[in-house]
Design a binder for this molecule. Sequence first.
Ligand SMILES: [Zn+2]
Length: 361
Amino acid sequence: VQGVRKQAVAVLAALVAPGLSGCRAPAARPAVDPMLAVNTLLPAPEDFAARRIEAGAYPLPRYAHFLAGVRICLDPGHGGDASRRGYKRGPTGVREAEVNLRVAKYLREFLSRAGAEVVLTRQDDCDVSYEQRAAIANDWPADLFISIHHNAVENRPQANHTTVWYHADVDYRPSNLDLARYLCEALHDMLGLPELAPVPLKSDQLMYPEGFAVLRHVQVTAALTEASFFSNPDEEQRLRDPEYNLREAYALFCGLARYAFAGLPRVRSLALGGQQLVAELDDGLRGRRSWGWERQMILSDSIVVRVDGQRVPHTFENEGYVLTAVLPEQLQPGLHTVEIQFQNMFKNSVINPVARIEVSF
Ligand SMILES: [Zn+2]
C-alpha cells in the first residue's frame, strides 16, 4: 500500500509541477484596453433589486398603486457599441450603455411591484435602431415612454447635474413636460448632485435641429432623462455601483408614481356625428370616486380642440364629461388629425391628445 501511495504522489507532482515551478513570468498577455472593455460595472446578483425593494431604503410610496395598469416603455439608451473605442465612456471606461440598461431593469422591478405594465426596448447589450425603439412604444401602444441616458461633456470634468429632455417646443405635446418635470424633480430630490441647471428641462432641438431621433419618432408621451454625468470622475465611479443605480431607478419610480397620483388625463372615445365631433374625456381622477368626484376636475379654459391644426369651437358638459366640437365646414373627405387638449386640476395634460378621424361625407 505504501508503495502505491508514493507512486500516486509522484504522478500528481508530475501533473502539477509545470504550474508550480518557481517564479516564471506569466506569458505576455495584451492588457485589456479599458476603453474597449465590456461589463464595466461592479457585478451585482440577478436579484439585487428584487431583494432590496420594499425593504429599508426603498419602500413603495402609498400612492404608487395609481401606476397599476399604466403602460410604460423604458428605453435604455445605446448598446452593442463596446467595440467603438471610448464610445460613450467615462474617464476609466465605464460604459453609458451598461449603466442605462441596469437602471432600466431596476426601474422595471419597481414599476412591476406597483402593477404597471412595462416593456424594455432592449434586454441586453445589443443595438436597436431609434425607429425600432419608437415602434415598440407606438405599436403597443404605451402610455409613457422614457429613454434612459447619462450625460457627458468634454473639457469640464466637474460638470454633474440632471437634464431631462422633451421633443421640439413646449407646445408640441404638453404632457411631455409633465412627465419630464416629475422625473426631474424626483432625480433632484434623491441624487443630491453638486450642480443644478437653472432650467433643467431642455428641448432636444438645442442639440439637433430635428431633435433626438428617438423622441422624434415616438408618438406617445415621452421624455429622455440624463440623470447625471458619467464624464465626471466621481460620478463615473458612483454609476458603477448597483446601489447607486437602484437609487436612480427609485427616483424615477417615485417621480412616475407622483405623476400617476395626480391623474393621467385621456381622451376615452371619439365619435363623428354629422358636423360634430363628440369625445368622452377622462381627467384621470373621477374614476377614483373620491369625495367630491362629481365636481368638474378639468380646467374649462384649458380645453382646446384642433382639427388639422386649426382651433374649432367646442362645448363641454360636466355631467357626462362629454366634449362636443364643431368640424370646419369645408372639411374634405379623408383622414384628418384631431387634437384635444385639457388640463386636470393637478395641471396634468392629456397623455393621448392626438387622433386620426376618417371623414366620409
Ligand atoms: Zn446617451
